[in-house]
Design a protein around this ligand. Structure first.
Ligand code: NAP
Length: 519
């Protein structure tokens, strides 16, 4: 099977292209008429309702319900795993070409619904138009990229010859995977972990985030339309705290693919390590967790570019990306000049409902997050000097001003803990070496960036800055599938490098076969 070379999906320029602007505007209006519907659980292709319900809401307008869902429970979690296990028998032996075709059709359908699905993310996750557009582009990229990866890994892999033997290696699927995504890339990350699972021949119980189940259901519908057999992916919404443990501890669960917070990721890792009665394998755990990402601004940096890079990395999607810049570490000679320029730049950021085209920043995801971010701002005010922002914005949604707090000591809470909101700590460094030391001095190690025009400093940071995704003279967000395999060190996770050549291997096990032929 031969596929054209992988290319990233182009992003939509809503500002420069009136036609695309209108398409998105129409999609937002249309989806606005479809809010509040009820969606079922799906196990083995069968639609199911339960008496317990929960709703997702529009964080730009918190009294607006986006979708209503039946809550999964322990019994249905068990049934979903058993159903996925039955489906595994057939799916694991389905020719690789058919599994690859499923992904390609999925990409095609997603492309046709690009703006509609982007609009669902606008409503359910509070993504601004360009952020929602980038999310669906990434989901399409994952489908196209993992399809090609499976073509590469499918079939017999040659091994160095052994005299008198015929030998090869073959990648086999693992079994039933539990896929648990976060809300912040409600389509891309969910699609990435699910598609990697099934293209490799595994079957899945998908437990979406309770903050973004509608877009998850929409994705599930695409899989069905693309021809996925019943039971290959089973859709089980419900509170992580209620169904999560059952799925993770189940003896027939073969692996867990999780992206989310450190607390939940570590809990999953711990529970999965215990062997349940009847379990005959060591569960594999792929956990991608939080970050406390830093941008170092050197005294030899182009300061305007650095300010721009820090501003978009810190405040794009309201700072709710695992890759978001939450620490700017700035060299002393340019520290005050940087702060002055940054203040001016940040004060131009428009905050408002994500349904509108203009705002650069929408709302934060929910009431709990809103509260926790405001508490961190209070902590930050005590630990440092407020430069701009610092307040909630009254209105129908969870809006918070983009906030910059300077003079934060490197070991302060605001410099160490993941806030996951529009709050940037600025830290002063006396030397480039010290800046890297501060950069490395958290329990995380996800993304980092350095602005400098000095080649020696670039070489030093390339060696010493300990993060999974390191950038120079550009923002620390916006990893592209293929070009920027993504995943972090230390408490940022298991460094799975999503969207890279190593990723699908995590969803497979290799069988080495050798046959004596010299008699
Ligand atoms: P979260 O609270 O950990 O939730 C993630 C998922 O885990 C949700 O589906 C959640 O379901 C589920 N969950 C909650 N408790 C569970 C349990 N006991 N057992 C099993 N599953 C459980 O994280 P989030 O707020 O959605 O996402 C934000 C976090 O994700 C941040 O820390 C961010 O840095 C991280 N993140 C990391 C990456 C990366 O690639 N490293 C990418 C994106 C985000 P419910 O919604 O039902 O609680």
């Amino acid at each position: 099977m031969q596929l054209a070379e992988f290319k990233n999906e182009a992003l939509s320029d809503f500002k420069g292209n009136r036609q695309l602007f209108r398409l998105m505007q129409e999609a937002v209006a249309q989806v606005g008429t479809e809010l509040g519907r009820e969606y079922d659980l799906v196990i083995g292709g069968e639609r199911l309702k339960t008496s317990g319900k929960f709703s997702s809401i529009n964080p730009s307008q918190k009294d607006q319900v986006v979708g209503v869902f039946s809550k999964g429970n322990a019994e249905l979690a068990d049934r979903a795993i058993q159903t996925a296990e039955r489906a595994f028998k057939g799916w694991a032996r389905t020719p690789v070409e058919q599994r690859v075709q499923l992904l390609l059709r999925t990409a095609e359908i997603l492309r046709r619904r690009q703006y509609t699905y982007a609009a669902w993310m606008v409503y359910e996750a509070g993504k601004t138009w360009p952020e929602a557009d980038a999310d669906i582009a990434e989901a399409i990229d994952f489908a196209e990229f993992y399809a090609r990866e499976m073509v590469r890994l499918g079939g017999r892999q040659p091994l160095p010859p052994v005299p008198g033997e015929k030998n090869y290696l073959q990648y086999l699927p693992l079994g039933v995977g539990v896929v648990i995504p976060p809300w912040n890339f409600p389509l891309a990350i969910l699609a990435g972990m699910t598609l990697a699972s099934i293209v490799a021949g595994n079957t899945v119980v998908l437990k979406p985030s309770s903050d973004a189940p509608t877009i998850a259901h929409k994705f599930f519908e695409v899989l069905e339309e693309a021809g996925m057999p019943p039971g290959v992916v089973n859709f089980l919404p419900g509170p992580g705290s209620e169904v999560g443990d059952v799925l993770v501890e189940h003896p027939r669960t073969r692996y867990i693919a999780f992206t989310g917070s450190k607390e939940v990721g570590l809990r999953i890792n711990e529970l999965a390590a215990k062997t349940a009665p009847g379990q005959i394998w060591v569960k594999r755990v792929i956990v991608e967790m939080g970050g406390k990402d830093a941008i170092i601004v050197d005294s030899e940096a182009d300061l305007d570019r650095a300010v721009e890079g820090v501003a978009v990395s810190a405040f794009g999607y309201q700072g709710q990306k695992c890759s978001a810049c939450s620490r700017a570490i700035v060299l002393e000679p340019v520290y005050e000049a940087f702060l002055e320029k940054l203040k001016q730049r940040v004060e131009q950021i428009k905050v408002g409902p994500a349904t509108e085209p203009e705002p650069y920043m929408g709302p934060v995801i929910n009431a709990r997050s809103h509260q926790s971010i405001l508490e961190y701002i209070q902590i930050g005010r005590q630990e440092g000097r407020l430069i701009t922002g610092g307040r909630e914005i009254p209105g129908p949604g969870f809006f918070i001003q983009p906030t910059v707090i300077a003079d934060v000591p490197p070991r302060a809470r605001l410099a160490q803990e993941e806030v996951f909101g529009p709050v940037l700590a600025v830290i002063k460094a006396g030397s480039f070496e010290e800046a890297i030391e501060i950069g490395n001095n958290t329990e995380y190690g996800l993304t980092g960036s350095v602005y400098t025009q000095n080649a020696q400093k670039i070489a030093k940071a390339a060696e010493d800055f300990f993060v999974g995704n390191l950038y120079f003279n550009r923002k620390c967000t916006g990893a592209l599938v293929g070009g920027h395999p993504f995943g972090g060190f230390n408490m940022s996770g298991t460094d799975s490098k999503a969207g890279g050549h190593d990723y699908l291997l995590l969803f497979t096990q290799a069988k080495a076969v050798a046959e004596r032929i010299d008699f």
